[in-house]
Design a protein around this ligand. Structure first.
Ligand code: HEC
Length: 150
């Protein structure tokens, strides 16, 4: 019985861990693919910190720093997807390069929305959480179209 509980416990742990660290794929990645995966992971960490602060209504003033970090990474996204960079284990879809202008504009939306978030006062919780949603949608709308599911 004890053993079974432990098994369940570690399964739950594994699930929780998968949720906080969305990709292990980058373990085998190299070159520019690894570079962009690392940058994406870093943005994900910042986003996670932001959503936790919103959820718990705590440390709202610190959201600015995370938003700044995302806004600093966003302008580099397009440089990290040179044509033909589809090496294993990438999840980047080939359609990125067929719709390059759209891909660029999605990266730009993230830059703009995270930049706005970085400039916001933490006094207005409603406005702050609305803007956090806008940033998160900027991530999601690009993934939906250009990132293959594992
Ligand atoms: C302009 C498009 C675009 C935007 C905006 C974008 N992403 Fe991504 N993201 C991608 C693509 C494409 C991949 C797949 C890259 C690959 O596997 O080579 C990816 C991969 C990832 C990964 C997986 C990395 C890995 O190690 O496999 C994470 C995590 C991630 N993005 C988080 C974010 C977060 C958080 C944001 C917003 C703050 C964001 N992304 C914004 C396109 C985007």
């Amino acid at each position: 019985m004890n053993k079974m509980f432990r098994a369940i416990g570690s399964a739950v742990f594994a699930m929780a861990f998968a949720a906080v660290s969305p990709g292990f794929a980058h373990d085998h990645a190299t070159g520019i693919v690894k570079e962009r995966m690392d940058a994406m992971e870093s943005m994900a960490k910042h986003m996670k910190a932001v959503s936790e602060r919103i959820k718990n209504k705590r440390d709202l003033a610190a959201i600015k720093m995370d938003a700044e970090a995302i806004a600093a990474l966003a302008p580099h996204i397009t440089h990290q997807f040179p044509p033909g960079s589809t090496q294993h284990p990438t999840q980047a879809k080939a359609s990125i390069w067929q719709n390059w202008a759209d891909f660029e504009s999605k990266a730009r939306v993230l830059e703009i929305e995270s930049g706005k978030l970085a400039k916001m006062s933490s006094d207005d919780f409603g406005a702050l959480s609305t803007q956090v949603r806008a940033v998160s949608q900027a991530c999601g709308s690009c993934h939906e179209q250009y990132r293959a599911k594992k």
